[in-house]
Ligand binder design. Structure first.
Ligand code: B12
Ligand code: SF4
Length: 469
């Protein structure tokens, strides 16, 4: 019998300094599904070569897909109406499924402006399996828990919750054979570094913290790949592709400190040294000097250090509850090892006052961070902060356009200060932060690709003029 043909595409264009990273979500789903069914799978990442929407549809048609799975961030969902309309025209019998962060954030609404058949929110492996079973193996799609689907009577939410994989070590390695890993080495990774021989890792799922701006795609329970599994995965990429670097995208890689020490210890056993990059951040107040030493010895070169707010009151309000003193101490210690540190800062929370903004600016500027990005809060549906804003300023949410945006360029204001003041502090924080001779010296000394720094000059001017134009 002909295998079932599954076409998986990650959508969105690469426009700014942001890179293109291997589409781990659909690679995990593909690797899992091909263990369960007789399938042929093709994976496309639009960001890699910025191929057109028409090209995506054409490739799905040429492949004669029975199922088209589309994965996207909310910022990349704008092409869904066009792509799904054309898919339905060229492949009328194919099942079109949405998944990934956008389906998780928008849920039922993710099906509203397009012609996809089903949306799978949150973790995808088990639900995609259940969906294929139901649709192609004689089951009942209305019994697949937690999905949204289009029916003749409108969009329906199936009862039940999306099942999570209990032991994530049972999942196979992401389907690397279905992408051209080395093609990603020619563009920026998530870390703004090019020509890095890297493989991405996502070694834990779920998060026990309760930040009000986060829609935890992988649920509340922290589940990890064992240190041994991570080590095996690393060895595989080193041997098979010649990788010498790893980008770790975990939300809180260091939450399980014992595992973190084990991983670092195993890395020490590798024949050749590797470099580690944490562009999605480590939880700074869960580190100490020992753990930082261990990460540094294992090869950490770049580390994002999420601060979000320097105001203890806003820390409490946003549910992150970061210990700011520990944050500053640990950033200082990491930076003293010449490991490049990038701060993430957020301004514009509901109830945020001038005093809070000032505290945030002061903490960022007094820190030893090399660089910092000051974002304006952008509420996503399915988060607590979205519901808060919906109560306080419903009119402001009506105007939000997520299309093709970066948080950095958002111009909304959900705080208690005027627009002028919010953007003034965003600008001022950038200026005070960067117009510092010592910081500039450390950037030049520690950035892993100094020769590429001039390419960031336009970005710098954009930041220090934020909100003026
Ligand atoms: C790598 C990464 C990037 C990469 C590219 C990601 C991509 N796919 O295009 C880059 C650096 C470009 C990037 C940019 C941004 N990112 Co980003 N990024 C990540 C990060 C750190 C890791 C993604 C990853 O590999 N996850 C691991 C895989 C296994 O998870 P997954 O993709 O979600 O897949 C699972 C499920 O979602 C589902 N699934 C996924 N696809 C499909 C498809 C089908 C058919 C099915 C059934 C299931 C399914 O199954 C998978 C396995 O269980 C995540 C954080 C996170 N925890 O995921 C943020 C995250 C995806 N980013 C986010 C954001 C907000 C951004 C920015 C807007 C930030 C900014 N700078 O302003 C920009 C986007 C700018 C733009 N205009 O494009 C948000 C997305 C929120 C949303 N609703 O879209 C996340 C979730 C972070 C967060 N917690 O808020 N990002
Ligand atoms: S720590 Fe990160 S993943 Fe966890 S709730 Fe907060 S933002 Fe979300």
């Amino acid at each position: 019998m002909r295998p079932l043909k599954i076409f998986l595409a990650s959508l969105g264009f690469r426009k700014s300094v942001l890179g293109a990273t291997p589409p781990l979500g659909i690679m995990y789903v593909a690797a899992y599904i091909r263990q369960k069914f007789n399938v042929e799978i093709r994976i496309i990442n639009q960001k890699l070569n910025n191929i057109s929407d028409d090209e995506i549809v054409k490739q799905a048609e040429e492949f004669e897909a029975d199922v088209v799975g589309l994965s996207m961030l909310t910022t990349n969902a704008y092409s869904l109406p066009y792509i799904t309309r054309n898919l339905k025209a060229t492949l009328p019998a194919a099942l079109v499924v949405l998944g990934g962060p956008h389906a998780s954030a928008f849920g039922k609404k993710s099906l509203e402006d397009n012609l996809a058949d089903v949306a799978v929110p949150y973790e995808g492996e088990l639900t995609f399996e259940a969906l294929i079973n139901a649709y192609f193996e004689g089951g009942d799609i209305s019994e697949v828990p937690g999905i949204f689907r289009r029916t003749e009577d409108g969009i329906v939410a199936n009862p039940g919750v999306i099942p999570l994989v209990e032991d994530i070590d049972t999942l196979p390695f992401p389907a690397y054979d279905l992408i051209d890993l080395k093609a990603y080495w020619k563009v920026n990774a998530m870390t703004p570094i090019m020509h890095m021989k890297y493989a991405p890792l996502f070694s834990s799922r779920g998060c026990p913290f309760k930040c009000i701006y986060c829609h935890r795609i992988f649920g509340d329970r922290f589940r990890v790949h064992s240190a041994q599994r991570i080590f095996e995965e690393m060895k595989f990429y080193i041997k098979r592709y010649g990788a010498d670097s790893f980008e770790i995208y975990d939300d809180i890689f260091n939450h399980d400190r014992k595992r973190m020490f084990e991983v670092c210890g195993l890395i020490g056993k590798l024949e050749n040294k590797v470099k580690l990059f944490f562009p999605n951040g480590l939880r700074m107040d869960e580190l100490n000097k020992n753990s930082i030493d261990s990460l540094a010895d294992a090869g950490m070169r770049y580390c994002a250090c999420p601060l979000e707010s320097g105001s203890p009151r806003i820390q409490k309000f946003m549910g992150k509850r970061l210990d700011i003193q520990k944050y500053l101490e640990n950033v200082e210690y990491i930076a003293s090892k010449k490991i490049f540190t990038q701060g993430f800062v957020m301004m514009g929370f509901p109830s945020e006052t001038e005093e809070d903004l000032k505290q945030t600016m002061d903490v960022a500027c007094q820190s030893r961070l090399h660089v910092a990005t000051v974002f304006i809060l952008t509420p996503f549906p399915n988060t607590e902060v979205y519901d808060i804003v919906l109560k306080r300023h419903p009119e402001k949410l009506r105007n939000i356009c997520y299309d093709d945006k970066e948080y950095l360029n958002m111009k909304h204001n959900f705080s208690d200060v005027s627009d002028g003041m919010l953007f003034y502090y965003q600008r001022k924080a950038n200026r005070n932060f960067y117009l510092n001779a010592n910081r500039v010296f450390r950037i030049l000394r520690d950035f892993p690709q100094t020769h590429r720094l001039p390419t960031y000059i336009p970005e710098f001017f954009k930041r220090i003029s934020q909100g003026i134009y």
